[in-house]
Design a protein around this ligand. Structure first.
Ligand code: FES
Length: 155
């Protein structure tokens, strides 16, 4: 999705151009673009009179924000204790191989961002992988391709 200054202007206006609402503004921008484009940081800085480094500081402090384009689908492989014991690390490596991307990165077609996380809060399903909002519990190496393909075919 290409950058649209009018969208960011609307976001800023919807929070009354209040500097203190910068986090909410970043959240709205992130949900539209799935990341915080550099142009948005420049526009926020200019309109709200907040130095760019300060905005980057906020955007890098909160893990929910990304300054890199994210994939259409987010894959989280759990490496919390329960999942780790049940082979979570191998599952993470399996996804890395299948997607040809390292954890923390996005595939070149921008289809998937792969992350490893600590405990998704459903340890009974270990080893657990979450894609967007969907839980894929009791994950096995054999199921990896099937899970990936389900999202490719269902984009
Ligand atoms: S350790 Fe994976 S869901 Fe809790």
């Amino acid at each position: 999705m290409s950058y649209n200054p009018a969208f960011v202007e609307n976001v800023i206006n919807s929070f009354g151009s209040e500097k203190s609402r910068i986090i909410q503004m970043l959240q709205d921008i992130q949900s539209e673009y799935r990341y915080i484009p550099r142009e948005a940081v420049a526009q926020l800085s200019e309109t709200l009179d907040i130095p760019e480094p300060q905005i980057y500081h906020i955007a890098t402090f909160y893990k929910a924000f990304s300054l890199e384009p994210r994939g259409r689908h987010e894959i989280k492989v759990c490496l919390g204790t329960a999942c780790h014991i049940k082979g979570g690390k191998r599952i993470a490596e399996g996804f890395e191989r299948s997607l040809n991307v390292k954890a923390g990165k996005t595939t070149s077609d921008k289809m998937f961002t792969l992350e490893t996380v600590n405990c998704l809060g459903a340890c009974a399903l270990a080893p657990l992988v979450q894609v967007d909002e969907d839980n894929h519990g009791k994950m096995t190496m054999e199921k990896i391709e099937r899970v990936i393909n389900a999202y490719i075919n269902n984009k």
